[in-house]
Design a protein around this ligand. Structure first.
Ligand SMILES: [Zn+2]
Length: 402
């Protein structure tokens, strides 16, 4: 793939990213509280900011009338790829922290996760328009609610994907800047309920052969430890290894009463995309065998948070991103894993498009101390704009180059 980024173009893009305008946009988004499932007002704010800027804004309901999504299509008249900028406007349910700009840093709810990143998308879009740097294809900006769990269930993102609001590749501005995450593990939270018939009973009054739910819970932990050992051989060069982890066990009321239920919670993570069903089956088999030998019944709620994903290091989005990063920061990023599950996992599993997470090196996500430097927001806005320039070339250019 050819590198369309000339030094002059890099300079033009860098010069056109307006620090103050970007900061103002981020503060305007942060000042509207938007806990997950209540992002309607901030979506309206983003829509009116974009409209004031002269962009045509669509507001698809996308299965969440409380907060219709915000969509802008910025297209050239030449055929080419479409790069999607996607972000979530909702924030975790913590007390609201208003925006504050101090010594080059921006604070407030969503500064890091991810209103700062969305403001950088908006600034990148403005710069692409003002500089006419995009020669083919286009950019699709989408912003939505329903991301942060356990409050949201990503229904709005799934509805947007289903309705066709997708590009040929997508960028997500989650706070990850020190590597290029070309793979990540899938993750499920499990909650197993081990139970027996009958009522809780004093230990000395137990009938003979009464199933022991606590001992069964302990046995399950041991069997999952064996599973963990066998999972260590399932590896991916960037995503890491499969794993199973128990973090919580609960049973019984007092020391000499035999309980009827034991609950275990934990996580199961995997590196191979598209293996959710196998992973579930393997887990269920362990439970079924144990239920049989322990004469208990075992039910499980296996909640998949996202599938594993990987992007080919040869994908045009990787090349375009690395060229952009090189131009702005002077180096390319080394390949690594994505430590968390984000909306990129859904884009890759459901929409089948490569999803790249790269955002400002921000801190304090999911705390009251979210902080991002304005310099970082400026940097990612430049990287986003230049990635679009390199990626959205016509298919013909691509063929000529290969
Ligand atoms: Zn986030």
């Amino acid at each position: 793939m050819i590198n369309l980024i000339s030094p002059q173009l890099v300079e033009k893009i860098r010069r056109n990213v307006n620090h103050q305008r970007l900061l103002d946009t981020a503060m305007a988004l942060i000042e509207v509280p938007s806990p997950t499932c209540s992002a309607g007002a901030v979506a309206d704010q983003l829509a009116s900011l974009l409209q004031d800027d002269g962009f045509e804004v669509e507001r698809p309901v996308a299965n969440w009338p409380e907060a219709p999504a915000v969509v802008v299509r910025f297209a050239t008249d030449q055929p080419g790829r479409v790069l999607q900028f996607d972000g979530h406007l909702d924030t975790v349910h913590l007390p609201f922290v208003p925006p504050r700009h101090e010594h080059g840093n921006l604070y407030g709810s969503g500064a890091s996760d991810m209103k700062g990143g969305i403001a950088a998308f908006v600034e990148a879009l403005r710069v692409l328009r003002d500089t006419h740097a995009l020669v083919a294809g286009g950019v699709l900006l989408t912003a939505h609610d329903h991301h942060e769990g356990p409050w949201g269930d990503r229904r709005q993102l799934y509805a947007l994907i289903k309705a066709g609001y997708i590009g040929n590749a997508v960028l997500l501005p989650e706070y990850l800047a020190d590597r290029l995450p070309i793979a990540g593990r899938g993750m499920a939270i499990f909650e197993t309920h081990i139970s027996r018939d009958g009522q809780p009973i004093h230990e000395v009054l137990r009938p003979p052969q009464q199933p022991d739910v606590l001992a069964t819970g302990a046995e399950l932990i041991l069997r999952l430890r064996d599973l963990q050992q066998s999972l260590e051989s399932r590896t991916h060069p960037h995503a890491g290894t499969d794993s199973v982890f128990v973090g919580h066990i609960q049973a019984g009321e007092i020391y000499n009463q035999s309980p009827t239920e034991c609950v275990l919670q934990g996580t199961r993570r995997w590196v191979t995309p598209d293996t959710v069903e196998e992973v579930k089956l393997e887990f269920n088999q362990i439970l079924e065998e144990l239920a049989k030998t322990s004469c208990t019944s075992i039910e499980v709620n296996f909640k998949v948070q996202g599938d594993a994903f990987s992007i080919s290091s040869e994908d045009p989005i990787i090349t375009a991103f690395q060229n952009a990063h090189q131009a702005v920061a002077g180096n390319t990023l080394s390949f690594g894993n994505k430590p968390f599950v984000d909306d990129g996992n859904a884009f890759s599993a459901v929409a089948g498009i490569p999803a790249l997470t790269h955002g400002p090196a921000a801190t304090g996500a999911h705390t009251l101390q979210e902080c991002v430097s304005v310099a970082e927001l400026v940097r990612v806005a430049q990287v986003y704009a230049l990635t679009a320039v390199g990626y959205c070339i016509s298919k013909r250019d691509d063929l000529n180059a290969s």
